[in-house]
Design a protein. Structure first.
Lengths: 152, 152
DNA sequence: TACGATTTAATCGTACACGATTTAAATAAA
DNA sequence: TTTATTTAAATCGTGTACGATTAAATCGTA
């Protein structure tokens, strides 16, 4: 009785599933961020793109995809929408025509402060303790490692 | 310096965002479950529906939605697909014609053991400790409470 | 140099996910 | 009883998300 899933009796209950707890929490975050970001004309995944680019402007679509764990099937249309909304632009590399650099537009720099401030306020309003926060981060990262390593 | 978001310096970094850690972990779970469930002709959200119905067969679409935190915009087409694949059927209430009961078909009962066994095996292959598991569950539930209560 | 393999994006098809609107049924109020 | 409100599903539009395929550019090696 040391491992998860050994006692099949009541393990397969929605409430006891870690996968569901994560699924639901992700949904809650999406809702919270959506409410904050909507006034800026941003979706939650688009905000993650901005976070990545504020750190590393001008990276390639491929690298952005690796940073966010997203494929081109998701990113290409998303970047197209963000380009249409003036957040960024695409620029094909001259050295290697296969690559596309993603570059932030002025709007993304100009709105950064306002956006992060609002997000920060909203997160603070949840009263999450610093301990709780970093503990969870640590555990989630550990769990991710295990989920990824499974392939072996 | 007690609260999250106070030090804006490097807090708005993808790697330090709890929301992103959850987002990514949810994605990893989705991939893992997808690989297990694909042979059964199930998606991960459809598996969650089965988990809910194995516990409470015959509940209404509304109650199922509340259990899974999903609206009819998501559930109606999903249930339609699962009905087409023989997992369940819909039955409109005679007492209250607005309500629709969701009832499992034989296939869902027959395959339950095989599905849960496979899922259990796959989760075990990740070597998640029981402590780790329940700790995370507890913390995620706490966090969810805080995210939901925020509305005030 | 030529040509097969690899890399990078774009495209396509399917399936969530959500807010908003619509429709029909049931209930409450006037 | 008639009307207004509420409730439950279905529908619609937009936006992820992913695997598979396609197309073009580059690279490796003979």
């Amino acid at each position: 009785m040391k491992n998860i899933g050994d006692s099949v009796h009541d393990f397969f209950t929605l409430k006891k599933q870690l996968c569901f707890a994560i699924y639901e929490t992700a949904g809650e975050f999406t809702k919270l961020y959506t409410s904050v970001l909507h006034p800026f004309g941003l979706t939650y995944p688009q905000y993650l793109v901005l976070l990545a680019l504020w750190e590393q402007d001008g990276i390639t679509l491929k690298d952005l995809g690796e940073t966010l764990s997203l494929g081109t099937g998701t990113l290409t249309p998303m970047i197209t929408r963000m380009e249409a909304n003036g957040w960024l632009r695409k620029e094909r590399s001259r050295q290697d025509e296969r690559r596309v650099f993603i570059l932030l537009e002025e709007k993304a720099h100009a709105e950064k402060q306002a956006i992060t401030k609002k997000v920060g306020q909203e997160i603070q309003s949840c009263h999450i303790e610093l301990d709780e926060y970093s503990q969870l981060m640590k555990q989630l990262n550990q769990l991710q490692q295990k989920l990824k390593q499974r392939k072996s």
